[in-house]
Write a protein that binds this ligand. Structure first.
Ligand SMILES: C[S@@+](CC[C@H](N)C(=O)[O-])C[C@H]1O[C@@H](n2cnc3c(N)ncnc32)[C@H](O)[C@@H]1O
Length: 284
């Protein structure tokens, strides 16, 4: 059974999905949206196994094509340190799929627009993780894969075309520049990031891209508490607040993973993000 760990009166507890959603509502000031809830229950027999097993046959085929292409291109360019197909499935695919339930539950609980047509940006997408996997698993969502390295963008464009995904845009650029571009600033419902930087830096990369009322979701390891605590100031400077740390029992060999969820409450001041390189050199 998929359990969400949180704290009640400072005691760590593990909650089932339904209880977790109720807890989220009780411990935040946000009113449940007027829209119909779509994720009040999850079939525990499906989440009990791997997240991959919950995909339909076409989606599974698309993931396999992605993994084969990734490993093929990895012989020519450095896309991932993971070389074995089973390891890619367990470490990258399961890890990426594991953040979908926390995104869905937090969005439905706290954000006022319907979740069906979500507009997401994956910051520092690398070889497309988690963004490209989210695009396969949630074909109604629109994904922008933002990546600064040209060769990785070439791979992304190739694999997106090969799989035939029409809901993905590959954007080459630095988060610091894109976040200052009026065309992309504060337009995304959700920004996600995995294995790009520490939370203080990620907050400055991601939150300027998120619209007021949207979410920033960072995929992190099993013990992100100290990193998250240090990032509280940066998150607040960006006009957001920490909503929840969701502990997800991933099928990945890393075991438990976390999704750190922040809600954007007010516009980010114009001076953020700072010049390229500054957020990483001098985190807020
Ligand atoms: C360690 S890789 C992780 C990639 C992927 N998210 C994953 O989970 O496998 C970090 C990626 O973020 C990109 N990156 C780092 N800083 C960035 C920035 N400021 N703007 C855009 N991309 C960035 C790097 O080029 C690299 O491809």
């Amino acid at each position: 059974m998929l359990l969400y760990r949180t704290k009640i009166f400072n005691f760590p507890v593990s909650l089932s999905l339904g209880t977790f959603i109720k807890h989220l509502e009780c411990t935040t000031n946000f009113k449940p949206p007027a829209i119909t809830r779509r994720y009040t229950t999850i079939n525990s027999s499906t989440v009990n196994a791997s997240h991959f097993e919950t995909l339909n046959p076409l989606q599974k085929q698309q993931v396999h094509l992605y993994v084969d292409t990734l490993l093929d291109w990895n012989q020519k360019m450095n896309l991932t340190a993971v070389r074995d197909v089973n390891d890619v499935m367990d470490r990258h695919i399961e890890d990426s799929l594991a953040i979908i339930p926390p995104i869905q539950h937090s969005y439905v609980s706290c954000c006022e627009t319907p979740i069906e047509k979500l507009n997401l940006v994956d910051v520092g997408s690398g070889a497309g993780l988690p963004g490209l996997i989210l695009a396969i698993a949630c074909p109604d969502w629109k994904l922008t894969l933002l990546e600064s390295l040209n060769k990785r963008c070439v791979f992304l464009e190739h694999v997106v075309g090969l799989i035939g995904l029409s809901n993905v845009t590959v954007m080459r650029g630095r988060a610091e520049d894109v976040g200052q571009n009026v065309e992309f600033r504060e337009v995304y419902d959700v920004a996600v990031a995995r294995a790009v930087a520490e939370m203080r830096v990620l907050a400055e990369y991601c939150l300027p891209l998120v619209r007021v009322g949207g979410l920033f979701v960072a995929a992190k390891g099993h013990s992100p508490e100290e990193e998250v605590r240090r990032a509280e100031k940066a998150i607040s400077l960006m006009g957001a607040s920490l909503l929840q740390t969701c502990y997800v029992n991933s099928h990945s060999p890393h075991g438990q993973r976390t999704a750190i969820i922040c809600l954007k409450e007010s516009p980010t001041p114009r001076k953020y993000p700072r010049d390229p390189g500054t957020p990483a050199k001098s985190p807020l």
